[in-house]
Design a protein around this ligand. Structure first.
Ligand SMILES: Nc1nc2c(c(=O)[nH]1)N[C@@H](CN(C=O)c1ccc(C(=O)N[C@@H](CCC(=O)O)C(=O)O)cc1)CN2
Length: 300
């Protein structure tokens, strides 16, 4: 069976077109320009490229956007002060601190410092708590992107056996939680989460109607671990080498070439979940702007 390719790049394009119109309308009818700051500490090459892509997307949509670069050795106190400044800045509706942070900074303190009403990453415990009990809130961008991809690709989630590989706070735990909720149009699944303590991973993955892999290791899911007709969402972005021209060679956590022969649908890497992460950040920033302007929105 030749798998359908679920292109995050294409779905992102559609959503960004919709957002562009919404931003225009917010500006013209309400005098509101969504404002986003992305804070980068140090110069980790992957983080630099993600933040650059976020700024480009914000610029293309007509946001007010600020790129705030800080040195690797910024103190935790100075970073917390910077967040306080943006919490109080009325032009900024969304604050994103690119992760990971250097070891001397407590990521937890940084996330807690962001005003939950500007937490467009959806990482603050106020938003995480609301998400778990199914209240309107900022959803974390990668899990949110996965829900939208499943919805727009027409994948039947209601009643499906979903297996999530990975239990990170950014992807595994939230996506598992969202898919088990009685959410429409995408939810009401039976969800299993596999992790490094799982005894027989293949036993679980072979049962999956929908398999979401966020293991953080290249090609850990192979064709013998999936059933015919599975829908595979690959969250991994692994740099496995460089081309002679110096470009990174990427692969996912799934062995795409072999698994695509058995799957009904599969996301590629690159061009799958990654672009959706950035698009859902843009969506959250538009929702944040509406929230601060007192307009109806999806996050309150
Ligand atoms: N504050 C945050 N930090 C991090 C998050 C996050 O959601 N918020 N997630 C990841 C990294 N990430 C976003 O920041 C991210 C990862 C991958 C992509 C992406 O578009 N990938 C492309 C490949 C791009 C490349 O590396 O060449 C793809 O898959 O097609 C976007 C965003 C950790 N940190």
């Amino acid at each position: 069976m030749a798998a359908k390719i679920i292109s995050g790049k294409e779905i992102s394009k559609e959503i960004r077109e919709e957002l562009k119109k919404e931003v225009q309308e917010l500006k013209e009818k309400h005098g509101v320009t969504p404002g986003l700051v992305t804070i980068l500490v140090g110069n980790n090459p992957a983080s630099v490229s993600y933040v650059t892509a976020k700024q480009k997307a914000a610029h293309d949509l007509g946001f007010y956007s600020v790129q705030d670069n800080q040195p690797e050795d910024i103190s935790e106190e100075a970073l917390l002060d910077l967040i306080k400044k943006y919490n109080e800045d009325p032009k900024i509706h969304g604050i994103l601190v690119q992760l990971p942070l250097p070891k001397h900074i407590d990521e937890r303190k940084v996330i807690y410092a962001i005003d939950p009403r500007k937490d467009v990453d959806g990482f603050h415990p106020v938003n995480v708590g609301k998400m778990v009990i199914g209240e309107p809130c900022f959803l974390p961008c990668t899990p949110h992107g996965i829900l939208v991809m499943l919805e727009r690709a027409g994948v039947e989630v209601d009643g499906a056996e979903v297996v999530v590989v990975g239990r990170s706070n950014i992807v595994g735990k939230p996506v598992a939680n969202l898919l088990l909720q009685k959410r429409k149009p995408v939810g009401n699944a039976t969800v299993t989460v596999c992790h490094t303590g799982t005894r027989d991973m293949a036993f679980h993955t072979r049962r999956a109607d929908i398999l979401i892999v966020a293991a953080g290791r290249p090609k850990v899911v192979t064709a013998d671990m999936v059933k015919e007709g599975v829908v595979v969402i690959d969250v991994g972005v692994n740099r496995i080498g460089t081309t002679p021209e110096g470009k990174a060679i990427l692969c996912g956590d799934v062995d795409f070439e072999s698994v695509k022969e058995k799957a009904a649908a599969i996301t590629p890497v690159p061009g799958g979940v990654g672009p959706m992460t950035i698009t859902m950040l843009m969506k959250n920033t538009v929702e944040a702007a509406k929230l601060w302007a007192g307009l109806p929105c999806e996050v309150a």
